[in-house]
Design a binder for this molecule. Structure first.
Ligand SMILES: *[C@@H]1O[C@H](CO)[C@@H](O)[C@H](O)[C@H]1NC(C)=O
Ligand SMILES: *[C@@H]1O[C@H](CO)[C@@H](O)[C@H](O)[C@H]1NC(C)=O
Length: 242
């Protein structure tokens, strides 16, 4: 028997904003929905953790999703199907758009619940959907972010989520520089940041004093442009005005 927290990580994360405090109850619901396949065994919990890797059309624990959603969520009810308003509220309109067809596809309620929900949780991980969901950036910025990502190996795509933690090392090497160059956030001649563009495209606002402070972090600006561009931009983002 595993602690509930272990096996709930997988599904609970998707409801972090709407059902943030359901964890103990969610653990009970998950256990009861696994009754048909032997309950909350170690193997079942492990398998459930790989939910997102389950095949698109094959639910490894038959009817699990139908049971789970019916008991725990406002997303879906066995007799009425997915509630599109709730889907948009909880997953965003971009994910809804990609999964719309899957929300009603299937032979029966169990099939539909799995097809729809599996698509929703898988799509949340899609880096291009992630970019679409970033708040307060311009359409042009979104396009550039997507175009700059495409040339990279797909195995690196998931690292895009690490950017929001403002790490010291860039998760995808030179990705930021590509964005900065394409949005012309930095003057190529005098290498001054374009404060108006930073604000307009990326909604980055910072105190006047930060510019100097952030420059000071990268005294050797000439070397490795990818590194200092990332470092300074991250620094600006950390010094948002209150
Ligand atoms: C669908 O979800 C919305 C938002 O959560 C809710 O207000 C509405 O009552 C739901 N509709 C049905 C038919 O359950
Ligand atoms: C986006 O912009 C709006 C309006 O300026 C603001 O209220 C909101 O907090 C911003 N969201 C983020 C995540 O910066």
């Amino acid at each position: 028997m595993l602690p509930f927290s272990f096996c709930t990580v997988l599904l609970a994360t998707y409801f972090a904003t709407s059902l943030a405090d359901v964890s103990p109850r969610e653990g009970q619901v998950i256990a009861s929905c696994l009754d048909r396949v032997g309950g909350m065994t170690y193997e079942n919990a492990e398998r459930l953790q790989r939910y997102k890797q389950w095949a698109d059309n094959y639910e490894e624990f038959p009817c699990f999703t139908n049971c789970y959603l019916n008991k725990l969520s406002t997303l879906y009810k066995e007799n009425s199907g997915f509630n599109e308003t709730a889907v948009i509220e909880q997953f965003g309109k971009e994910v809804h758009k990609v999964c719309q067809r899957r929300l009603s596809e299937g032979r029966d309620a169990c099939d539909i619940a799995y097809n729809g929900f599996h698509c929703l949780v898988t799509m949340l991980d899609d880096p291009f959907v992630h970019i679409d969901r970033l708040p307060n950036i311009t359409t042009e910025a979104r396009t550039v972010m997507k175009d700059c990502l495409r040339p990279y190996d797909r195995s690196l795509y998931n690292r895009i989520k690490e950017y929001s933690k403002l790490p010291t090392r860039e998760p995808i090497r030179c990705y930021t520089k590509c964005i900065v160059d394409n949005l012309q956030l930095l003057n190529p001649i005098n290498r001054h940041w374009n404060i108006a563009s930073l604000r307009h495209h990326l909604n980055i606002r910072f105190e006047k004093g930060s510019m100097k402070h952030c420059h000071a972090l990268t005294p050797h600006r000439k070397r490795n442009a990818c590194a200092w561009v990332f470092r300074e931009l991250t620094c600006f983002m950390q010094s948002k005005p209150k």
